[in-house]
Design a protein. Sequence first.
Length: 546
Amino acid sequence: MQNISKLLIAILIIAGLFRLPYLNTHMPSLYGDEIAIGYNAFSIVKTARDEFGRFMPLQFESWGDQKNPLYIYAVALVQLIAGATPASVRLPSAIAGIFAVYLTYRLVILLRLGQGVALFSALLLSLTPWHIHISRGGYEANLALTLGLASVVYLLQKKNLLSIIMLVLSTYTYYTTKIFAPALLMFTWIWIIQGQNKQIWLKPFIKYWVGAFILAIPLIYLALFANGQARFKAINIFADKTVDARVIRDRNFFPDARTMSAKLFENRYVYHFFDFATYYFDNFSGQFLFVGGDSNLRYGQANHGMLYLIDAFLITAGILMLYTKNRRIWIFLLVWLVLAPLPTALVGRAYGLRSLVMLPVLQIFAGYSLYQAYLWSKQSKIRKIFFALGCMLYVASVANWSIRYIYQYPSYGRYWYDSTMFEALDYAKDREAKYDHIIITQSYGEESMYYAFYNQIDPREYRYAKDHRLTIDGVPMIKIGKYYFGDIRPQGPIEQMDLPTNTLLIVQPLFEYGEEDILARDDGRVIFRTFGFPTVLMQAKKLEQP
């Protein structure tokens, strides 16, 4: 038992080493949702109100997507101790990732698959690219995964109250868990009570779901009466505006588009069904899991699966082996895997965040096959050599991903983290002493909130600036100190703009000349063009000379 504890501690240390270091600097800029989370948490710490002045809300309006509250309050707790930094936004996710590794170990033990399988499953999750990457960002989905996993573990331990709390907290954390977590816990109950006398399980079952419903009443109210479904309404497959055009187009292939057969085979319901099926099975595609990964490079590396290629063999072998050895546990894990993509498929293709709840089932299947291979290897020296070669191949996969993640990803991945806005602020800060006014375009995004977060601008001052905008060259601007932020896009010659004197202007590269360009670090493209007034007039005249 002592050796098992040491091995588990070693695995948790490995998980921490992959998730905790350089949260501030590996990807120095925060992307939009991270900024919104970070600044709303900062506002809560300073004023007990969100960016709009609402007192301790259970739903944050943010960019209009009505963010869930739990992750923001978790970040606020970190900021109370460590201050408002990029790491403060990401640390709750990183810590949740480490706990998920431990909970995976506990889940396998409770499923009675043995210490060996539990250790291998936890180790594989600690080394999984998908889980490492998401754990290192300020992603609500990762905390939701850990809370949902804790809810299952506590239910299997018959600690129903703790399970209820974890279940409800997970639904206050991320959108997809509002559907997935209750469905998984309901199935877990069915799986546990199968074959038991009704008198044994009926009373605790009713208490469990009544308690969960009572704790979720505020969430239900927000969803039904406070625009809590705004994000889902905007992105679900039933809101796809292209469906009607696709139906009309494909009915034209029939001799008469008005016939019953044309209407029967080409209609909105058929298209929604096939879209849903396509998106659902995309979660299980080899391209997504083992080869190319997520097309959004914020959630994974380019040209690398969410998992390692060797995992394809381990997972497949584990599914087949467990089916023959323990059908009941196989059913539990397989149903978890079947349920996981359902919320994702309602809004689109496989997605690194929404599909995250497929973990840690994949690692448990892989851990089971790996442990069986370990037992098999103990029977002869030749088998030990084969097992050692397989382990070396896995280590090589981890090393390959790690090198690419540490040295290459920060270069090409930075612009998926809104690095353009970070670099505009960095450029302006280096030159702010030379100018009385600095104007930065918001055409790339909410640059003013980036400035407010990185400079820890008092939330009351930021709210006042947003509510009392100034007009520069006909554009409403948010003024914070000497900085102005607005969607400024010059329509004519830039020297004709109505700007204050001694102004630094940073805009999108719409013009052929400028005092200095800000270049992207990955491919050298121009991401901003800068102008200093009134010196820009001299620059323009110089360019006009023959």
